[in-house]
Design a protein around this ligand. Sequence first.
Ligand SMILES: [Zn+2]
Length: 161
Amino acid sequence: MDKIKKRFHWKGKVVSEKVYNLRLKQQKLGQKLKRRRVFNPYEFGKQMFCKLCENLLSILVVTHEEEVALGSILHISCQKCNFSNKITTDKQHYTPSFGFTQLNKFLAAMNLSTMSWDIFKSTQKEITPVIEKMTYASCSKATEEEKTLTISNPEELRKLL
Ligand SMILES: [Zn+2]
């Protein structure tokens, strides 16, 4: 067996294997957290208390992120009791889904052949990312329109405030 210990480097410094793996994990998590997602600050803020000890949670202690449609479920460790809290970035996640039963009832009513579960699931997998992209595009367009209207109507805005 080769007894020479492998050396690990992080940003030009020699680090232990444990530190190297931790930095790698943090980097991957950091890259993942850069993904755009639906974020509702009010709903998010309401959940920022530990479910076990009610301690205020910190967004800097995200240990894991589950991607759920356009939003996310963030796993945030409590700094007081270490409980892993699951915090959603939005009140509800919009999963573009069509009910299998509903679709088949509709197809039957239209006198069309119904769809098997496997085909339904594979089609849904193909369509979902497209619908999500369209939703993003639509949301971005609406935001731009709102921005333009706000800039072009400062008088109207002043009246409202
Ligand atoms: Zn806690």
